[in-house]
Design a protein around this ligand. Structure first.
Ligand code: ATP
Ligand code: MG
Ligand code: MG
Ligand code: MG
Length: 563
């Protein structure tokens, strides 16, 4: 590709509103432009990298037995009614009507569509197991779109769904997805951890893992061992099956002075309690029930949209006596996975309600709008756990616990029969008996992965792509195209390198050498080949972007050098 005509508008300065390196560099190097808040256009360089990541994903998914299909982004609301998620999903679901006032949604995920497809076509155990996937655009009206494509409202996801006859077979499907994900993120050159995540009401133990790219800009906190593979997200790291005997978390609760706050505004102003052990917490009474909100880690406590989760009329702060009566008793613990994102909620009624599944959900919904067991939170008995702390011995006995920030790039999840039961996806077994199909779902944020790769592969001068995902293999520069020998050598090399199968970006522009070098560093292609003053001797300067090593190479040695 000749750079003269290439659509890759660069920016010298850090663009306003771009707070993290990947967002800044994607704008500066011309990979991305914002079209609306949380909605982006990928320019040719960005599109090329997306394709590379998608290709790696396809290869590994196909290798694991996945079959690629493509489902619609527009989904009829009736399907969401069937699964029970039309109301449940909340404001993240983008809704629209057609000209006949029929209701639709822009798919944030595809459990409903795929379950309806499979229920109509798969009826026998002979067709199971099956794994179907797609790479497609998803829509989520995120409360706070930010960090460019790390959290956008339109994004690209690879989503896969497995269908099995029984639990054992589901476990195999799950394991093979886990392995495929490990391969994918390794091939993308990422430093990541697969962490045990919230199993919630659906998955059961070991039923879900998140793939976290280690990065300071990550919004999740993970606890991991410095000497083994143990890793868990903070919610699960506090669960009793990991830490058996522990003290009740008295030290983590401090009282707020202002009592009897009623309105959401007052609540938000009142949310200023902070305490030790990475927790900020506050206790409310909701409909006579004590509810403790615990905010994790570095989250700003005033970012919590309490109004989103609570019916404000019946909320007031607990007093000391009420707190005392809860600690050490039957209080429950709920940690959200979805909404509200930054909050964990504790309530003593939760123990009674959440374990009983759907009725529990209904009861909870009186207090928490759009919050759902399993998807949004999990529960443990309050007195049974404490939060993992820095320097603790790892639960597997190997090494000590460290904390890190992570970007969730992938998520594997055993769904069980949640959707197949709600939507009637059944198969006949060998004895002709009808059973609900066991399902799993497996997502990768393709566009988020792109940003995560940049977070781990850049320096102060720009991008520094791993070879496997670089938009071009080589950046060929003619430093002074007006100088005939340089120009001729550049043209010749451009031809032969392409012929040898390299994807080459060829800087044939009439710019100063300094500008070209700066742009080459900004684009970050793995190898830069510059035709300069020694062109007449057939010598070029070759630089490896990642380690900065530079060497003069005669063109007759170039192919050996590059291979
Ligand atoms: P998060 O916790 O970051 O909101 P999620 O748990 O809601 O993500 P999943 O429902 O597990 O996301 O979706 C699968 C994958 O899709 C995620 O692991 C992530 O990589 C990606 N993803 C989810 N939401 C977004 C978004 N708003 N922008 C970009 N990628 C996203
Ligand atoms: Mg998540
Ligand atoms: Mg989310
Ligand atoms: Mg997730």
């Amino acid at each position: 590709m000749r750079q003269q005509l290439y659509f890759s508008p660069t920016l010298r300065d850090i663009p306003q509103g771009a707070d993290i390196p990947s967002h800044q560099l994607m704008l500066r190097a011309g990979l991305l432009r914002q079209t609306a808040s949380g909605i982006y256009s990928y320019l040719p360089l960005g599109r090329k990298v997306l394709r590379k990541v998608e290709q790696i994903i396809r290869e590994e998914m196909d290798e694991a037995g996945g079959q690629e299909l493509l489902m619609p982004a527009i989904q009829p609301a009736e399907l969401w009614e069937e699964s029970g998620r039309l109301d449940d999903y909340g404001p993240e679901l983008m809704r629209l009507n057609d000209r006949n006032e029929r209701e639709f949604a822009l798919g944030p995920t595809h459990e409903e569509v795929i379950t309806s497809l499979v229920r109509d076509e798969i009826n026998s155990y002979k067709k199971l197991p099956m794994n179907l996937y797609q790479i497609q655009t998803k829509y989520r009206d995120e409360r706070r779109p930010r960090f460019g494509v790390l959290r956008s409202r339109e994004f690209i996801m690879k989503d896969a769904y497995s269908f099995d006859a029984d639990e054992e077979s589901l476990a195999n499907s799950y394991d093979s997805m886990y392995e495929a994900y490990t391969n994918i993120f390794k091939r993308c050159g990422l430093d990541f951890r697969a962490v045990q995540a919230d199993a919630g009401a659906i998955g059961g133990k070991g039923g879900t893992h998140e793939f976290m790219v280690l990065s300071d800009v990550g919004e999740d906190t993970i606890a991991y061992s410095d000497a083994s593979d143990y890793a868990a997200n903070l919610e699960i790291a506090a669960l009793p099956d990991i830490y058996e005997k522990s003290e009740p978390p008295e030290a983590q609760i401090e009282m707020l002075e202002t009592p009897n706050m009623k309105t959401i505004e007052e609540l938000q102003r009142g949310l200023q309690i902070s305490s030790k052990n990475m927790l900020k917490s506050i206790l409310f009474i909701v409909d006579e029930n004590p509810v403790l909100i615990v905010c994790r880690g570095d989250h700003e406590i005033n970012e919590i949209k309490v109004g989103h989760a609570f019916d404000s009329d019946n909320v007031k702060l607990a007093d000391d006596n009420q707190i005392a009566s809860i600690i050490g008793t039957e209080a429950g613990f709920i940690g959200p996975v979805g909404i509200p994102e930054d909050v964990m909620v504790m309530a003593d009624f939760a123990v009674k309600t959440v374990y009983s599944g759907i009725s529990g959900a209904n009861q909870l919904n009186k207090h928490f709008k759009n919050v759902h067991p399993g998807r949004d939170f999990q529960i443990a008995r309050y007195g049974d756990f404490r939060f993992v702390q820095d320097g603790d011995t790892s639960p597997d006995g190997q090494g000590t616990i460290q904390f890190a920030k992570g970007i969730e790039v992938g998520h594997v999840f055993k769904l069980g029969t949640k959707y197949s039961e709600a939507m009637g996806a059944v198969y006949l077994d060998e004895n002709g008996r009808s059973n609900p199909i066991m399902m799993g779902c497996y997502g990768i944020g393709v566009s988020r992965t792109l940003a995560a790769i940049i977070e781990q592969n850049h320096d102060e001068n720009g991008l520094a792509w791993p070879r496997s995902v670089a938009p071009f293999d080589l950046h060929l520069l003619v430093l002074n195209p007006k100088q005939e020998e340089q120009y001729d050598l550049g043209e010749k090399l451009y031809g032969t390198l392409k012929q040898q199968g390299y994807d080459v970006l060829y800087d044939d522009r009439k710019e100063r050498a300094g500008v070209k070098f700066k742009d080459a560093d900004l684009f970050g292609l793995p190898v830069r080949i510059a035709c300069g003053k020694k062109a007449s001797e057939g010598i070029v300067e070759v630089k490896a972007r990642q380690n900065g090593e530079m060497e003069e190479v005669h063109i007759s040695d170039l192919s050996t050098y590059l291979s």
